[in-house]
Design a protein around this ligand. Structure first.
Ligand SMILES: [Zn+2]
Ligand SMILES: [Zn+2]
Length: 302
């Protein structure tokens, strides 16, 4: 490949948007500044915050924690790993997470689905494996919320990148879930849940993986065995093809979504009365929270 635009070193990255060609060091600095810009643009992290960082041990969250630790922000980080209980998958990613926090010197907590609802994801899904991603997503959100609250964090940072954002937007359209279309971006105003931030929301997955490779952060890990059931997996493939053919597609989907939310305006800052779940005590608008509703349904299937 060519030589870096900014120095004489060998280039490792060509930015599809600007055409800039960068070496490993300049690419890393460019990526880190991109994350800093997103944090500042959306005022994600107020000074002095204690931020819980969802750390699965996979590539996106590994890059997220590494960059956050490197940016010298006026904030304190506590990494939280949720062990869903997925055989032949989770143990490897957990050990990757443990060695990363040791290297970075970041406080770390691990919570398991078994602690939260008495069962592993594998046990919960025996009669309905095709529901894996929605069950896992709902329970993981609850586990992360409770663990972040226990850790005294006021924010939860997740490793969602631009591709995840674009996939979510399209998934909501494909399901006809217009309420989610309108709420998808920067929700959480006024509820009792700990607000989420996505510092990698302006970074593509391609750049995120490249950052991981250039900085030797990634170890080969198994893929989640439930991925094959996910609508997201199909959309991810199709969007990947579109982005390759028409660079900027992902960014257009995400910024179109932002413009839509800005136009609608109304759903932001809307405060909903929250009670607590009868079964687990987590905040909810209903008798049972989303997680407990799911667990009850799955128990009936067994
Ligand atoms: Zn360079
Ligand atoms: Zn509940």
């Amino acid at each position: 490949m060519a030589v870096c635009d900014l120095c004489a070193s060998k280039a490792v990255w060509r930015d599809p948007a600007s055409g800039a060609v960068l070496c490993g060091d300049h690419f890393s600095a460019w990526y880190e500044e991109g994350v800093r810009d997103a944090i500042e643009k959306y005022a994600m992290i107020p000074s002095g915050s204690r931020v819980a960082v969802g750390l699965s041990g996979g590539k996106d969250s590994t890059v997220l924690l590494t960059v956050l630790a490197k940016l010298n922000l006026d904030a304190e980080f506590v990494a939280i790993t949720v062990d869903e209980g997925i055989a032949n998958y989770r143990d490897d990613t957990i050990s990757a997470a443990v060695s990363l926090v040791k290297r970075l010197g970041v406080e770390h907590r691990i919570v398991s689905f078994a602690d939260v609802c008495g069962k592993t994801l594998d046990e919960l899904l025996v009669s309905a494996p095709e529901r894996a991603c929605s069950v896992c997503g709902t329970l993981r959100r609850r586990a992360l919320n409770a663990a972040a609250r226990d850790a005294g964090a006021s924010l939860i940072a997740t490793g969602h990148c631009m591709d995840d954002e674009a996939q979510s937007v399209l998934m909501n359209y494909l399901r006809g879930d217009i309420r989610r279309v309108a709420e998808n971006y920067h929700t959480n105003a006024g509820d009792l849940f700990i607000p989420r931030i996505k510092p990698l929301c302006r970074c593509t997955e391609r750049a995120t993986v490249a950052y991981g490779i250039v900085n030797r952060l990634l170890t080969p890990l198994p893929e989640c065995p439930y991925t094959k059931y996910a609508l997201r997996a199909g959309i991810r493939t199709e969007l990947g093809v579109l982005e390759h053919k028409y660079p900027g597609t992902l960014s257009n989907i995400v910024s179109g979504q932002e413009r839509l939310i800005a136009k609608l305006g109304v759903m932001q800052g809307e405060v909903t009365e929250m009670g607590v779940c009868e079964r687990c005590g987590e905040p909810t608008q209903n008798r049972l929270c989303a997680a407990c509703t799911l667990i009850e349904k799955l128990e009936h299937l067994e």
